[in-house]
Ligand binder design. Structure first.
Ligand code: PMP
Length: 392
């Protein structure tokens, strides 16, 4: 019996640069002490006040089917948050609550792409992007950015890819590069979207993790609210990755259709999880700052650890919980470097190749272990790179 191509083609096949990740997992299972710097998972857990709110909601009976679009309280809380942060008047009718940002990305592409449509995304990219696009039957087309521009997309590259495309997916602050898109870049993106009639899908799940510059939501740019779908999440901002709660924010008519999609797919998000998210958002920015603080600190520690040598160079991480390291001076590919580092030092990092073509010769380090272990691992990584550069 044949399965649907739409399903079997999601991963695209071939080597995807995740070999190092799976090898590290196998070593850990076999009892090897591997320093894991691969995945974007906080080293702190969900705050106990949020868990208490979840518990109270569940004990209080919010365990039946919840409203499919999201509870009125959470939709209002998200709308208020977005209005405050971006200045764009936003109401509950602009919000669909989803089981995490990933479900939001899927819903957003479902909303705007028909089978065979071209959907653009920026490379280096978050691992699921091309698969998410393919899972709605669309064609995933990357726009490759370069370390020379700090991985900011250029107008000419977007303009070249735009004709005939249906949508453009962007992500700032960016996973994997840590790039925060500057105002002129976002203005260029908006201009191309308007002139080529593209939907813009803006993944803003790292919007609370900004180390340099400021976060601008492209939905706030002139003429963009009607063609932008913003994907947000409680995962990164509140260390609630396992709770699976996020949202899509967009024009009311799009959200109405997405509510229909949710009715036929997820049937909503558990009520007690939504109540916990409502509670968390009600606490203002202090919990978000607390969750972001370790990454802000470790980003500084990274810069210190890399100072005084130029074999390993950090792409200036302006946001998010990762740093992208340029290891081209070693003469190794990102994949060879990551494999050799895993063997020599039992340190697992992600090869740039896992995130597309733009980050060849780079590795991504997740700043997700305690400060001392993190600095020690970076020092080993630098020494390892220096030895290799010397040996070339
Ligand atoms: N977008 C980006 C850029 C991410 O890094 C992630 C998670 N790593 C997601 C979306 C999805 O997150 P979640 O589904 O947990 O909200």
């Amino acid at each position: 019996m044949e399965l649907a191509n739409r399903l079997t083609n999601i991963t695209g096949g071939g080597s995807d640069g995740w070999g190092v990740f799976y090898r590290a997992r196998r070593m850990i299972d076999a009892g090897v002490a591997v320093t894991e710097l691969t995945i974007g998972e906080h080293d702190t857990r969900t705050n106990s006040d949020i868990l208490n709110a979840m518990h109270q909601a569940a004990i209080g009976g919010h365990t039946g089917y919840a409203e499919v679009p999201g509870t009125a309280r959470l939709r209002n809380a998200v709308a208020e948050r977005i209005s405050t942060r971006t200045g764009v008047p936003t109401t509950a009718e602009n919000i669909l609550i989803t089981p995490g940002g990933q479900a939001g990305l899927f819903a957003a592409h479902n909303a705007v792409c028909d089978t065979g449509d071209t959907a653009l995304y920026i490379d280096p990219y978050y691992a699921t992007y091309p698969g998410t696009i393919r899972s709605v039957g669309a064609m995933a087309q990357p726009i490759v950015t370069s370390p020379d521009t700090g991985f900011q997309p250029t107008k000419s590259a977007i303009e070249t890819a735009a004709p005939g495309a249906k949508s453009l997916l962007i992500n700032s602050p960016n996973n994997p590069t840590g790039t925060v898109y500057a105002a002129p870049v976002l203005n260029d993106i908006a201009a191309v979207c308007k002139s080529h009639d593209l939907w813009l899908i803006s993944d803003e799940v790292y919007d609370t993790q900004i180390w340099e510059g400021s976060h601008i939501s492209p939905r706030s740019l002139p003429g963009m609210a009607e063609r932008t779908l913003v994907v947000g999440s409680m995962s990164k901002s509140h260390a609630m990755t396992g709770s699976r709660v996020g949202w899509v924010c967009g024009p009311e008519h799009v959200i109405n259709h997405l509510i229909t999609l949710a009715t036929h797919t997820t049937y909503g998000v558990p009520g007690f999880i939504q109540d916990a998210a409502t509670f968390a958002l009600g606490q203002g920015t202090a919990p978000e700052d607390a969750v972001a603080a370790p990454f802000r600190r470790r980003r500084e520690l990274t810069l210190k650890a890399l100072a005084g040598q130029n074999v390993v160079r950090a792409v200036p991480a302006q946001g998010a919980m990762y740093v992208m390291l340029d290891i081209r001076a070693t003469g190794l590919s990102g994949e060879d470097f990551a494999n050799a580092l895993l063997d020599a030092e039992q340190i697992a990092v992600m090869p740039g190749e896992s995130f597309g073509q733009g980050a060849l010769g780079h590795v991504r380090v997740a700043m997700t272990i305690d400060d001392d272990s993190y600095v020690a691992a970076l020092q080993k990584l630098v020494n390892f790179a220096k030895n290799h550069a010397g040996a070339e």
